[in-house]
Design a protein around this ligand. Structure first.
Ligand code: ADP
Ligand code: MG
Length: 357
């Protein structure tokens, strides 16, 4: 199903009346060659909010960050920082700092000197510079490495130095463009927890770009899902996951499990597009009766994918269509023993049928 062309005003919850840290008003960005990277975007980000921009490659996430930072000028619309119109202001005249994936540290400067650098540019006196740089290094737990050269650090440590350098100026807004993309999974998960902690304690507004749904949902107070330069949905992790607003969101954030058209009519008794999350579906033998009031469908096990804590059970429905169910590998006693090719019954509560626009 193609994503729906629409422009939703995106306002953070429970912030009415407060001045947003960032406001984008009807922002559009066209590049030469007729590429529209961002379509008429209206977005408010509250003071102290941790927002993630989530979407596939090419959906316009980096362009949105660059528009906020001032590295790009919008073709139309306005960018406001704390209600100040900065649409025409250069990057250095905006109280924001950007951290990129390929953060560049100065190789010939020590860790401390790297972190001090923005303060040196701002002509902060030497003693204060050192004090603030050490405090920023302490925030990322690297104060012991102040004399090291960047070459003597691991990838994760270098990324933390880049973060300390971003924090040292105490910007009102920190923009992060896939900053953990180059790190391995374990380190990335550790850095996610640290980032969340740093954001919570510093109160700085974070706008964090990622194409990784787990990362987006883990970090954010609010996730903005992008597709082709448009906002598909904005909400808390729970809202975006439990109540995806479109087939695109249902598919991009989690396993889509969509029943549509004739299959929806056959299984659910109504038309339209519907999604059921895999963990809401119970799998039993086909001759097992479903609980009263639950929706149910029979089918054949097509695939069983064991992933440690869970097993993904892919079922081709008799009515047509395919659904994945997630089985929790709870303990040896209750380990479900299904086999490929087996007839099974899938059942779920009707309230877990999510209507997709
Ligand atoms: P994302 O960060 O989500 O991967 P981008 O914002 O980088 O997406 O890109 C959005 C779209 O704009 C893509 O189609 C990309 O090719 C295009 N684009 C980005 N920057 C430029 C540029 N400087 N010139 C031309 N096209 C660009
Ligand atoms: Mg990008």
């Amino acid at each position: 199903m193609p994503s729906v062309a629409r422009s939703v005003p995106v306002t953070p919850p429970q912030q009415a009346g407060e001045i947003p840290a960032i406001s984008l008003r009807g922002v559009r960005k066209e590049f030469p060659g007729g590429i529209v990277a961002v379509h008429d975007l209206d977005l408010d980000i509250a003071e102290g909010e941790f927002v993630t921009l989530l979407g596939p490659s090419g959906s316009g996430k980096t362009t949105v960050l660059r528009l906020i930072a001032g590295f790009e000028q919008p073709t139309a619309g306005m960018v406001l920082l704390r209600s100040r119109d900065v649409t025409a202001a250069p990057p250095f005249d905006r109280d924001v700092h950007t951290v990129f994936q390929d953060y560049a540290l100065f190789p010939h400067l020590s860790v401390l000197r790297n972190v001090e650098y923005p303060l040196r540019i701002a002509k902060v006196p030497r003693a204060e510079r050192r004090e603030r740089a050490l405090a920023a290094l302490a925030t990322v737990r690297l104060e012991a490495l102040e004399d090291r050269s960047p070459a003597a650090l691991s990838g994760g440590q270098r990324q933390r130095v880049a973060l300390a350098r971003a924090l040292v100026n105490r910007p009102a807004v920190l923009l992060l463009d896939e900053p953990l993309g180059a790190l391995d999974l374990k380190l990335r998960e550790q850095m996610q927890i640290e980032l969340k902690e740093i954001q919570r304690t510093s109160g700085i507004t974070f706008v964090f770009v990622t194409h990784d749904q787990d990362e987006a949902l883990t970090l954010a107070d609010r996730t903005i899902v992008f597709s082709e330069g448009r906002v598909e949905q904005a909400g808390s992790a729970q809202e975006v996951y439990e109540r995806p607003a479109s087939a695109f969101v249902a598919g991009f954030v989690g396993t889509s499990n969509v029943l549509a058209g004739a299959v929806a009519v056959a299984v659910l008794g109504r038309d339209g597009s519907w999604s059921i999350r895999p963990e809401k579906i119970t799998v039993t033998a086909a001759d097992h009766a479903a609980p009263a009031g639950w929706t149910t469908a029979v089918g054949v096990v097509e695939e069983l994918v064991y992933t440690g804590a869970t097993t993904r059970c892919v079922v081709a429905l008799e009515a047509g269509g395919v659904l994945s169910a997630l089985l929790l590998n709870g303990g040896a006693d209750d380990l479900p023993t299904f086999a490929r090719g087996q007839d099974v019954r899938l059942s779920w509560r009707p309230e877990h049928e999510i209507h997709l626009m």
